[in-house]
Design a protein around this ligand. Structure first.
Ligand code: NAD
Ligand code: UPG
Length: 480
């Protein structure tokens, strides 16, 4: 089966970049990305700025938009015309009902499946789960489609999870470690898997395309994120031991990462992982294990989340205790609000939680992020699960557009995101304008701690004990 037209339902962080790259690499295929949100689609069609900040994305979109890449809210026409449909809608953690706080909410997936069944009038359609879903979600999609199939229509449902990371999405899509496609182990299933593989084969070597059964593919996505999150919680748990003993977490990470069986990546200690995926997907796995009556396995993966919560709180507690056990009414400069550098996405950012703990103590926060808007920061900090008193948050929080102004008069600077620009600041200038003693808390290990010490800062870095100012050896004056 040769794919000529693709429809992608959901124009978010995954649907937009993924389909833009497919359009760029497959000029012979027409790709239409649709969404319920008119404003999101308008932004995808705008020449000003796209709805998401992602390095390299604008070039790809500009190259293809209007040629073989289209963004639209006419969902039905796009479904109707397509041979292959990607489902890229959100699958957030449920906030109420059965499985609240852990299970994935599949209502958007279900509504898309029902819409497809309603709209499709004829022909063979391949429906591809690109969203991250619990194991056997494809079975539910299949059942909804089958129960509503019109005569002359047939479906194959595939799992094709996405592994891109935000901030490096374009690079990850152009040169992925692998593409995973799961499908029914029948002749129809194999045909559909091959049809989807043929799209990726336009630019990805065949040996990087892994073909499995549907359930292996669905589980592999949850497993991949669980393993990655587990590595971060593992190194973060070591960071606590390092701070208590004088070991240096970077040296430990290097020493263990050079073992080729362990590998060097994803061992950067931090104030905790954030992002829309890790917590959601690990909790989804925990819920699945409980549903399968595997409580020991559920508890094992739950601990990855527990350590992450511990790390966020531990970092905030360190700030409070260093500032003489009180931050009430103290101005504190927060550098970085996105969950990692090179994105404006703040979903589950650890900054939100560190700010929350400091606000609970009455600190006055001045927050600076190179990409995140004021509206987004205020909306995150006034969310009901973060604060019960939005007016108090508005009173205590100031958003700065200039980092030097943000830190002027502050008792402490706190690095929450590893934006490259933070490394290049003039810290002498910053030190001169801060209240004394001036404190620097580096939750990402990106600043030059020795330099800050020399300037006079009290420095705290995740995972290491930094030599204190009063321990600087005093050089005797030179004798005449
Ligand atoms: N963000 C990532 O980096 C990433 C990476 C890999 C996988 N994933 C997974 O991909 C999925 C999508 O994530 P995202 O970050 O792109 O989400 P998102 O919230 O950015 O985008 C989802 C989009 O789907 C739209 N939508 C919801 N219901 C719809 C419907 N019935 N019809 C049309 N549009 C609809 C929403 O309006 C929204 O624009 C999730 O399952 C996520 O876990 C995300
Ligand atoms: O050594 C590390 C690596 C990452 N992080 C943090 O972990 C979080 C997640 O980072 P990253 O994985 O790079 O970004 P995501 O965009 O969340 O991507 C993850 O989640 C996606 C959604 O499922 C998957 O597709 C990707 O493969 C997976 O890396 C961020 O807060 C990072 O700062 C660390 O603290 N230490």
């Amino acid at each position: 089966m040769k794919i000529q037209k693709i429809c992608c339902i959901g124009a978010g962080y995954v649907g937009g970049p993924t389909c833009s790259v497919i359009a760029m690499q497959c000029p012979d295929i027409e790709v239409t990305v649709v969404d319920l949100s008119q404003s999101r689609i308008d932004e995808w069609n705008s020449d000003e700025h796209l709805p998401i900040y992602e390095p390299g994305l604008k070039d790809v979109v500009t190259k293809c938009r209007g040629k073989n890449l289209f963004f639209s809210t006419d969902i039905d026409s796009a479904i109707h015309a397509a041979d292959l449909l990607f489902i890229s809608v959100n699958t957030p953690t449920k906030t109420f009902g059965l499985g609240k706080g852990r299970a994935a909410d599949l209502k958007y997936i279900e509504s898309v499946a029902r819409r497809i069944a309603e709209v499709v009038e004829s022909g063979e359609k391949i429906v591809v789960e690109k969203s991250t879903v619990p194991v056997r979600a494809a079975e539910s999609i299949q059942r909804i489609l089958k129960a509503n199939t019109k005569p002359g229509v047939s479906y194959q449902v595939l799992s094709n999870p996405e592994f891109l990371a935000e901030g490096t999405a374009i690079q990850d899509l152009i040169s992925p470690d692998r593409v995973l496609i799961g499908g029914e182990q029948t002749s129809g299933g194999y045909k559909a898997i091959d049809a989807l593989a043929s799209i990726y084969e336009h630019w990805i070597p065949k040996h990087k395309i892994i073909k499995t059964n549907t359930w292996s593919s669905e589980l592999s996505k949850l497993a991949a994120n669980a393993f990655l999150a587990q590595r971060i919680s593992s190194i973060n748990s070591m960071s606590a031991i390092c701070e208590a003993t004088g070991a240096d977490v970077n040296e430990v990470a290097h020493a263990i990462g050079t073992d080729s069986r362990v590998g060097p990546r994803f061992l950067q200690a931090s104030l905790g992982f954030g992002g829309s995926c890790f917590q959601k997907d690990v909790l989804n796995l925990v819920y699945l294990c409980e549903a399968l009556n595997l409580p020991e396995v559920a508890a094992y993966w739950q601990q990855v989340i527990n350590i992450n919560d511990f790390q966020r709180r531990r970092f905030a507690t360190k700030i409070i205790s260093c500032l003489f056990n009180t931050v009430t009414d103290k101005r504190i400069g927060i550098l970085g609000f996105s969950f990692k550098k090179n994105t404006a996405d703040t979903r589950e950012s650890s900054s939100i939680y560190v700010c929350k703990y400091l606000l609970d103590e009455g600190a006055q926060l001045v927050i600076y992020d190179p990409q995140v808007s004021r509206e987004q920061i205020i909306s995150d900090l006034t969310h009901p699960i973060i604060s019960e008193d939005p007016e108090r948050v508005e009173r205590l929080v100031t958003i700065a557009t200039d980092p030097y102004k943000a830190l002027s008069g502050a008792h402490a600077l706190v690095v929450c995101t590893e934006w490259d620009e933070f490394r290049g600041y003039d810290f002498q200038k910053i030190y001169d304008t801060m209240a004394k003693p001036a404190f620097a808390f580096d939750g990402r290990g990106i600043l030059d701690a020795e330099h800050l010490l020399e300037l006079g800062f009290h420095v705290e870095v995740i995972g290491k004990v930094v030599r204190k100012n009063n321990m600087i050896p005093i050089t005797p004056p030179a004798e005449n």
